[in-house]
Design a binder for this molecule. Structure first.
Ligand SMILES: Cc1cc2nc3c(=O)[nH]c(=O)nc-3n(C[C@H](O)[C@H](O)[C@H](O)COP(=O)(O)OP(=O)(O)OC[C@H]3O[C@@H](n4cnc5c(N)ncnc54)[C@H](O)[C@@H]3O)c2cc1C
Length: 233
């Protein structure tokens, strides 16, 4: 799909956590956007400055997109997101990116997300289970504390409704060993994945986490190309 220059208006803004905001954007131009769950929008801030935001909502809502941002980094993108209020006009280019799941792929997916890296995975999982994906899938999701696990209740609910869906939240936790997201997720993947036969991994978050998780899977015998990744930072 060719990306469009899009114009939209902010419909609503919600705070999911002290530093995690969600914004619903009602499209003006084009009036509806065709995209695939997992894709992102590019917001311009100058001739050579853009910030990417994954679409948290699914293609079943093509006229209203939801974006979700961690505004703690505090740069130009965070400040823009923090300032959004209902009625504001926004411009962006979309849809972009290839971090998408193909239903034709018979492999069993393992999703691995570090904090706000959950956004494209939330869109993919919501879309899959809302449209009759009966196959097993696993999500390992790390955050610094439980309050930073955006969409935690949704994943818990999916796991209760679909026995094939394994939800494995990981938090840094008080009193436990002080581990970062990369180390914690590498450890979680090591314990969750005994056999990589027929596996495909979708890994989203920091570059160091992506490397560590991929190293664990490749050491277990997974083909490097079976690890798809989205580097947020
Ligand atoms: C394909 C893609 C999709 C993305 N989707 C989202 C999304 O859905 N939601 C979202 O919040 N961000 C997303 N990002 C990151 C986003 O584009 C910005 O980089 C982020 O909002 C920070 O921008 P900034 O201008 O506020 O800070 P910057 O000035 O760009 O960054 C400040 C510093 O913070 C680091 N950093 C950036 N983000 C994080 C983070 N989350 N945790 C820790 N350190 C960080 C940067 O590496 C840099 O060192 C995505 C990035 C990519 C490439």
């Amino acid at each position: 799909m060719k990306p469009f220059e899009c114009r939209a208006r902010v419909d609503a803004v919600r705070r999911l956590a002290p530093e995690i905001l969600e914004a619903d954007l009602r499209l003006d131009e084009p009036p509806a956007l065709e995209f695939v769950a997992g894709q992102w929008v590019s917001v311009p801030f100058g001739p050579k400055t853009v910030r990417a935001y994954s679409i948290a909502s699914t293609p079943r809502s093509p006229t209203r997109l939801t974006l979700c941002a961690d505004v703690a980094p505090g740069g130009i993108g965070s400040e823009w997101f923090r300032g959004l209020k209902p009625g504001d006009a926004v411009r962006f280019k979309a849809p972009l990116g290839g971090f998408v799941f193909s239903r034709a792929d018979p492999r069993r997916p393992l999703f691995v997300a570090e904090e706000i890296g959950i956004v494209p995975i939330r869109a993919i999982l919501t879309e899959l289970y809302a449209t009759g994906f009966g196959r097993p899938a696993t999500l390992a999701y790390w955050a610094r504390d439980p309050g930073w696990l955006a969409y935690d209740a949704e994943f818990g609910s999916l796991a209760r409704r679909y026995p094939g869906f394994v939800y494995h939240p990981v938090v840094a936790g008080a009193g436990g060993p002080a581990r970062d997201g990369a180390g914690s997720l590498a450890e979680a993947v090591r314990s969750l994945v005994a056999d990589v036969t027929g596996l495909v991994a979708y890994v989203s978050g920091s570059e160091s986490m992506i490397h560590q998780v991929r190293d664990v899977l490749v050491a277990r015998g997974l083909d490097r190309k079976a690890v798809k990744w989205e580097k947020f930072w």
